[in-house]
Ligand binder design. Sequence first.
Ligand code: GLC
Length: 553
Amino acid sequence: MTDQHNVTPATDWWRDAVIYQVYPRSFADGNGDGMGDLAGIRSRLPYLRDLGVDAVWLSPFYASPQADGGYDVADYRAIDPMFGTLADAEAVIADAHDLGLRIIVDIVPNHCSDQHEWFRRAVAEGPGSVARERFHFRKGRGDNGELPPNDWESIFGGPAWTRLPDGEWYLHLFAPEQPDFNWEHPAVQDEFRSILRFWLDLGVDGFRVDVAHGLVKAAGLPDTGHGEQLKLLGHHVLPFFDQDGVHDVYRSWRTVLDEYEGDRIAVAEAWTPTAERTALYLRPDELHQAFNFHYLNTGWDAPDLRAVIDESLDAMRPVGAPATWVLSNHDVVRHRTRLGGSLDRARAAALLMLALPGSAYIYQGEELGLPEVTDLPDDVRQDPSFFRANGQDGLRDGCRVPLPWSGELPPYGFGDTGTWLPQPADWARLTVQAQTGDPDSTLELYRTALDLRRRHPGLGAGNTVEWLDAPDGVLAFRRPGGLVCTVNTTQAAVTLPEPPGRVLLSSRHLSAPSPLSTSSPLSTSSPLSTSRHQLNTAGDCVVAADTTVWWEE
Ligand code: GLC
């Protein structure tokens, strides 16, 4: 087991942590094969330390045929050779700890790869075998069993069942190469507790739990109602998601996590109908955090944002869990593009997120202001849902394009040779190298924001925000320690009756005096002292469109 080294021993480190998601294929390539890997990640850990994040979540690097970018795991205790070796993983953990960074790894318990030893055995041993009980095998419907056992559809499109030559069908909520485990089976439960221990023994600080809401299926695998979702408890329920039985799994996982020193955590990828349902995963004897997809799904609209912030905080308070905030990840359109395409807005959204109480997740490349790549040719796409009709949008490759680190041309320092997905020709100005030291750059905005968040712990603290009066389309709230965050979501400059204090940071830089302004522009020498707000003749304060300002009262 690696020591925690420079990682601060403080308990509850995760309550206000900023956690950076690394998608290993696309972060950095250490061996020049065009595919990101652990050696690449290791070499860039100092970058993440300098960025100022607290922890790094690594998407899967396990042995996998890569039918779904590694979310189809063939061996949960081995590293795919494409990414390196177990020794490389240990080195990443040790180096991260030396740098004061924590490491969270992805665990994929809902399904494995069809190349996993258990599934291969289940296929080989045939109907009725004990090996099949670890998965969901069923006979089909119809006179000759030619129809799937129920009407469930795969998230990636098409039926959630595939028939084997021996006539039986198996369940896969995702691709056919990802058979679902049967979580009623004690061997499955034991195996995953053992996998948790394997990685905890190696020193990881926690887990991101893939499809945390999917493990337990409704008894009897009932139809969803031929497309009409059942309505229960006032919200839409599917018989394969968010079943109450799933909480037994997390109670048992919590006892494992608590056996270990150092505040090890688990964060749920749980897509649920309401924030209240999400909070159930975060009761004190279950998991620590859950991604706030309700927030991610909210548009750039002040009343909607205020409502989702309140609902999230209200839902988490009774269970004592921190709220979390996330704008982008490897499954959704990058927020710069999703929120309308403007970099100003993406930067404003980031500063809003980082001023909210709780923990925030940053997806690799958002700190560079990367847009979604929307023009990937079909023949380079790898997202399995692209190849299956009517599933998820099938466009997840556009947020997975390898990062630009340096230089003028692809692969922009990602590695020595090409990249597994092509990078745009116009990313030279978005590289880490090009943005470093430029006070107007998005990278420096994130660095400054994260530095301020460390120096003003009030920014991430607590479980409430104090809303202040603000003009239409503007959010204004106070955080502990006399900090105020103002967000102008409108397309026009707004005038605040009085400046809420001294500017700490502004998401938008003033390049020319505002027409309303009679005062000279603020200094542009440092992002700390720049802002796009001005005092006008009446002494009012003007905040530009799509701008977030942090103030110190
Ligand atoms: C999660 C992952 C996604 C993957 C799916 C199946 O939603 O984030 O990338 O395709 O689970 O494992």
